[in-house]
Design a protein around this ligand. Structure first.
Ligand SMILES: NC(=O)c1ccc[n+]([C@@H]2O[C@H](COP(=O)([O-])OP(=O)(O)OC[C@H]3O[C@@H](n4cnc5c(N)ncnc54)[C@H](O)[C@@H]3O)[C@@H](O)[C@H]2O)c1
Length: 253
C-alpha cells in the first residue's frame, strides 16, 4: 500500500487545527491525499494551516468556530459537509487546559468541560448523523493520559478527558455495527502551545516530564500523535474499535 495516497478522495474534519496536534494532523491528512476541513476558534492561525496545505499542493478549508458552543459546532460540521459533501474521518481534538489554580473555579470548570467534553459531543452529534447517512466513517477523539489516570492534569481537565474516553467507548458500542469506527488517542506530554510552560521551565517540571517518557527521555512531537490518528483512521486499523490508545513514550507505564 502507498501511504502517500492512502486518504486520496477522502474528507477529514480536524478540530483544533490552528496549532499543535491538530495542525500536525491536518497537514499529514492533506499530505496523504485527504481534503481537510480545518476547524478552530483561532481564525488567523487556522488560515496559516490551510495556507501551508495549499502551498504543498493539498486541499483544505478553514472554518472558524467556538466548539464549546453547540450551534457553532453544528455550523462547523455543516460547513465542512457543505464544502466537501461528506466527512469520512473526524478528528475531534480542540481542547484547553483545566483550572490548576482553583479546582472549583466553576466558571473555568464549565468552560473546560464545555470545550473538552461537550465540544466533542456537539461535533459528534452531527458527524454521526452524516456518517450514518453515508453508511460509514471513522472518528478519533483526543483525550489524554489524564483521561485514563487520575494522577496527571487538573480536576476539571481530568474529568473531561475521562468523559471523552467513556463517550468514545459508548459510541463505539452503539454505532460500530452501523459502520462507524470510533477510537480515542491519549497523548502524553507533547511539545505544543498547551505545554508551553513545561518547555519554558528550565528545571524541575521539564526534568519530571522528560523522565516520564522512558522511550526517549523527551517530550513528544505533535506528529507522533498525528501518525497514530492517521493509523486509527485508516483501513489498516479496520479491526481496532473502541480503544483508548496511549501515545506517550511510555509515560503511562
Ligand atoms: N500537548 C499535550 O501535552 C497534550 C497532552 C494530552 C492531551 N492533549 C490534548 O490534545 C489536544 C490538542 O492540544 P495541543 O497540545 O495541540 O494544544 P494547542 O493549544 O496547541 O492546540 C489546541 C487548539 O484547540 C483550539 N481551541 C481551543 N478552544 C477551542 C474552541 N472552543 N473551539 C475551537 N477550537 C478551540 C486552539 O485554538 C488550538 O488551536 C487537546 O484536546 C489537548 O487536551 C495535549
Amino acid at each position: 500500500m502507498d501511504l502517500n495516497t492512502e486518504f486520496a478522495g477522502h474528507v477529514a474534519f480536524v478540530s483544533g487545527a490552528a496549532s499543535g496536534i491538530g495542525r500536525a494532523t491536518a497537514l499529514l491528512f492533506a499530505e496523504r491525499g485527504a481534503k481537510v476541513a480545518c476547524i478552530d476558534i483561532a481564525t488567523k492561525l487556522c488560515k496559516q494551516t490551510t495556507d501551508a496545505i495549499h502551498e504543498a499542493g493539498g486541499e483544505a478549508i478553514a472554518i472558524t468556530a467556538d466548539l464549546g458552543d453547540a450551534a457553532e459546532a453544528a455550523r462547523a460540521v455543516a460547513d465542512a459537509i457543505g464544502a466537501y459533501g461528506r466527512i469520512d474521518h473526524a478528528f475531534n481534538n480542540a481542547g484547553i487546559t483545566g483550572s490548576h489554580e482553583d479546582p472549583f473555579d466553576l466558571e473555568r470548570v464549565e468552560r473546560t468541560v464545555g470545550v473538552d467534553l461537550m465540544g466533542v459531543i456537539y461535533c459528534m452529534k452531527h458527524q454521526v448523523a452524516a456518517m450514518l447517512d453515508q453508511c460509514g466513517g471513522t472518528i478519533v477523539n483526543t483525550a489524554s493520559i489524564a483521561g485514563i489516570s487520575g494522577s496527571v492534569g487538573a480536576l476539571d481537565y481530568t474529568a473531561a478527558k475521562h468523559g471523552v474516553v467513556g463517550l468514545s467507548g459508548a459510541a463505539a458500542r452503539k454505532y460500530g455495527a452501523r459502520g462507524i469506527r470510533v477510537n480515542t488517542v491519549c497523548p502524553g506530554v507533547i511539545r505544543t502551545g498547551m505545554t508551553g510552560e513545561v518547555e519554558d521551565d528550565t528545571g524541575q517540571l521539564k526534568e519530571i516530564f522528560s523522565r516520564l517518557s522512558p522511550i526517549t527521555g523527551k517530550l513528544g512531537d505533535p506528529v507522533d500523535i498525528a501518525e497514530a490518528v492517521l493509523f486509527l483512521s485508516s483501513e489498516r486499523a479496520k479491526f481496532i474499535h473502541g480503544v483508548a490508545l496511549p501515545v506517550d513514550g511510555g509515560f503511562s507505564i
